[in-house]
Design a protein around this ligand. Sequence first.
Ligand code: SF4
Length: 417
Amino acid sequence: MYFRMAKRLLFNTNKRLLWNLAYKAGFKGIRAVQKHKKRLKRGDFFPPFLYISIINSCNLRCQGCWVDVAAKQEKIDVGKMNDIIGQAKEMGNSFFGLLGGEPFLHKEILQILEDNRDVYFQIFTNGHFITPEVAKELNRLGNATPLISVEGTEIVSNERRGKLQVLNDTMEGLHNCLDAGLLTGVCTSVCQTNYEDLVNDAWIDRLIELGVMYGWFHIYRPVGPDACPELALTPEQQYNVRKFVVETRSRKPIVMIDAYHDGDGNALCPAATGFTHHISPWGDIEPCPIIQFSKESIYDDRPLKEVFNESEFLTDFRKVAAESTRGCIILERPDLLKDLAERHGAKDTTIRGEAVQELDDMEIRPSQYNPGKEVPEKNLAYRLAKKFWFNDYGAYSKHFQADNWIDTRTENPQKPG
Ligand code: SF4
């Protein structure tokens, strides 16, 4: 497998783009994590990886989307983006996730990449606006990888994403990226309607054949105004996805990303560990994209360094999340998130203004934390990379209290109280 992967990288990629990825995301990304670890030792905090939703608008209407995509358009302009990225660079950061809405609806997205050629971006997109010209420009810029979401077969994609022809348009964008030689990924939010079709070797082989370099299976999280809880996976299915990802990493020449497990297969939440936090299109600084509460904004007068370091809300979020579960707090304990938001007087950052009600309405559900069924990495490269650079950074040994955890895998688990 290592040989086939090396062969793909050597013969099927643009070497300039590969070098940019290896240097700006790989080498400098590792350096950012090392700096993060040093900060934690000193008692300081700044996340080494920021997710930034640059615009709220989107051409699709996906089931379970939590963003107010139909609200008046709001975006972070290029000047503010350069400011945020510049401040993060000063902290040693080099890798940024750009989300939306649909980020390619932001007219200045290519300018943002152009102005920040020394760092690397991963763009979470439906691919519909990646024309051959846009893909060519992304190639010239050389500092971004498109991560294109494919949510299933034609019929499932139309249903999941609220429009006809979605898959065709997505595949066209994907082909444009691949034709332009971009290092391209495909992600899927795995749910009941695409689990059978996409979590299998045939799909992975097709991605490899197309020239896709990496895949990412997210687990569908029923949140937001139209949560569609019937799409959520069972604990057994989540376990099977994890096993499939670990197997694929050891058998197939494609990189498989997952952000929810360490090298030994222990679950973690990247917001609870402090690996990442999120900035919304309105500039609100949130624990993660689906937790829509905030006390701070990028438009505050203080520098970001101080905002992150001094945020009592984010510090308390990380503590509460890590104390209660190694999995996803919003799925397992929405009640604790509501308490946290109320205790800190955190603002509901949605336009619909119903984030508290949505937490109240949520049933508690199992997430990636599945004690006793950990699946350790089989591939040595992933295992070592996770051991040194992607783990819990001590968050759970400091906070997690097993007695606090409610076994969400049972039928009808109940919120305490
Ligand atoms: S709270 Fe849940 S959705 Fe947010 S980063 Fe953690 S595990 Fe992911």
